[in-house]
Design a protein around this ligand. Structure first.
Ligand code: TYD
Length: 135
């Protein structure tokens, strides 16, 4: 039995009768020091994104509104997971090919990253990714 590619992180909630409140902090839900945060929203119908891996970057993705389906691929196996819970994160480790599909119109996907943007860190070709994993 192989381990799941989907590494989920439960984000503590302090919601009450007034509504939700979730917290990601070092020593808690954040597994690394965050150096960059970006968010994806207003994704048009039928659009999928991602289709790349990062050489060194680690990321934590939280769907703070709506839903989105993640597809992760480690070069051998592919797994899907739909994020619907604003108190759940999915870890995107280095050298994991990732795709995002089925964005709901109200999806806001917030991503915490452990480094600043660097195009050189991307592998955007699936064949090159598989080859690099084998090296
Ligand atoms: P990209 O990561 O390529 O998104 P996707 O793979 O889902 O299409 O980012 C799209 C564009 O935005 C690309 O031109 C790079 C730019 N970008 C930044 O400049 N900084 C960032 O932190 C991110 C995530 C993207």
């Amino acid at each position: 039995m192989s381990h799941s590619l989907i590494h989920k992180i439960t984000i503590p909630q302090y919601g009450d009768a007034r509504g939700g409140l979730s917290v990601a902090e070092i020593g808690g839900a954040l597994p690394f020091v965050v150096r960059r945060v970006y968010w994806i929203y207003g994704t048009q119908p039928g659009i999928s994104r991602g289709f790349h891996a990062h050489r060194k970057l680690a990321q934590l993705a939280v769907c703070v509104s709506g839903s989105v389906r993640f597809r992760l691929f480690n070069g051998e196996r592919e797994e899907d997971f739909t994020l619907t819970d604003p108190a759940l994160g999915v870890l995107i480790s280095p050298m994991i090919w990732h795709e995002m599909h089925d964005f709901s119109p109200d999806c806001v996907l917030m991503v915490f990253a452990d480094a600043e943007y660097a195009e050189a860190d991307y592998i955007r070709n699936r064949g090159e990714f598989i080859q690099t994993k084998r090296e």
